[in-house]
Design a binder for this molecule. Structure first.
Ligand SMILES: *Cc1c(COP(=O)(O)O)cnc(C)c1O
Length: 378
């Protein structure tokens, strides 16, 4: 048997989250954002649950090719566009739509020999200062693109840097409106944060978001979890990281646990050694206030001792206090849910490591085997 750590992908949760986003975004078409191997869930796992999306958005041309090989004939959008001229041949061959956010991409496009016109999403820098053309050059860039025969259709795209508040969204919307008001083409604005919390603000500014771009919400985590949790939004965790206890140690007052001098027991403790370490993607920087779930019933237990490469150690006293008798082989859920459905959100775990759910789900290591959970999926 391989090491007992598993990433379980819940197909029904992926499907539910997509439906939930579709109902929030009303008439908009939905790009399922599947960059970074579908936020660490595996493109091959999310493909079926996300089939009801209108298109897939990603960065990597290999992942785009994989989608075509899986049989997807609908739209695929490259969110960072092309990186070199020969990428355009792949776009032509696979029928990929691509973002245009810099001059070099326009030059490559105008030199590209193709029979087939390309659909491009012209990106505006609406205050994030990452990708996109400045508002004051936007119109002239649009006209230049419009004039080259390689381009068949132009859509307009922008990205929100701040969705925690309506003001943050409004700031970008006003920049977008000023730059794009009389330009024709479909619009694509909202990420998860804007879809969940700011659809009214967008409508009030007179904008129609033709293509929304949810990522994190589809995977059941919150875009701004310090404000509202995934659970509050009605999202379901799509990934559970589970492992097992591979050893038990009874320690007395004064005994130390794990590497380093810092973790001395102040009471008698039953320590469970769990087959999960930072080489599996569990963050070493996590604080001792972080918890895991013991057993199917999901008793919350704190970490005790540093996370090492292949193992972590937990204080199982809360399980003893409930009259349970932990054994080797018992299940530990690091995030997601237990088989009985008790939840520990990835956002909660991330917050104890000074990061966000996004980072943890993307960081699950290739050595962790992946299992499908098809329960409730249709
Ligand atoms: C990643 C990404 C998204 C999705 O963002 P979430 O916060 O995960 O919803 C949307 N648009 C662009 C351009 C992105 O790069």
């Amino acid at each position: 048997m391989s090491r007992p750590i598993r990433s379980i992908i819940h197909y029904a949760a992926l499907q539910h989250n997509l439906q939930m986003i579709q109902s929030k975004a009303r008439n908009a078409k939905v790009w399922a954002v599947v960059k970074a191997n579908a936020y660490g869930h595996g493109l091959q796992h999310v493909f079926e649950p996300f089939r009801a999306a209108d298109g897939f958005a990603l960065l990597d041309l290999n992942e785009a090719q994989q989608l075509r090989e899986m049989g997807w004939r609908g739209p695929i959008l490259l969110l960072e566009g092309i990186f070199e001229a020969r990428d355009l041949e792949i776009c032509s061959r696979l029928g990929l739509w691509h973002t245009v956010h810099n001059e070099a991409q326009i030059e490559m496009l105008s030199a590209h020999k193709t029979q087939q016109g390309h659909r491009v999403f012209l990106k505006l820098n609406a205050g994030m200062n990452r990708l996109g053309f400045e508002p004051r050059q936007f119109r002239s860039v649009y006209s230049r693109l419009n004039a080259i025969h390689q381009v068949e259709e132009i859509s307009l795209l922008s990205h929100f840097a701040r969705t925690e508040t309506a003001e943050g969204v409004l700031e970008s919307l006003r920049i977008f409106n000023d730059a794009c008001r009389d330009l024709s083409g479909e619009r694509s604005l909202s990420n998860s944060g804007a879809i969940l919390a700011h659809q009214e603000v967008i409508a009030k500014e007179g904008l129609t978001d033709d293509w929304v771009r949810p990522g994190i919400a589809l995977y059941g985590a919150s875009p701004d979890s310090h404000i509202k949790s995934a659970n509050d939004w009605g999202l379901r965790p799509a990934q559970s990281l589970r492992s097992q206890i591979i050893a038990l140690q009874s320690v007395n007052v004064g005994d130390k646990v794990g590497y380093g001098p810092d973790h001395t027991a102040h009471e008698k403790m039953l320590i469970g050694i769990v087959a999960c370490g930072y080489a599996d993607g569990y963050p070493r920087a996590i604080s001792q206030s972080a918890q895991v779930l013991y057993g199917e019933g999901g008793v919350r237990c704190n970490l005790f001792g540093r996370v090492s490469m292949d193992m972590l150690t937990v204080n199982l006293n809360p399980a003893l206090a409930k009259g349970l008798q932990p054994r080797i082989g018992d299940q530990i859920t690091l995030w997601g849910k237990t088989q009985q459905g008790v939840e520990l959100s990835i956002d909660e775990v991330a917050s104890h490591a000074g990061t966000i759910g996004y980072e943890l789900m993307c960081a699950v290591a290739p050595r962790v085997s992946v299992e499908k959970d098809l329960d409730g999926f249709n």
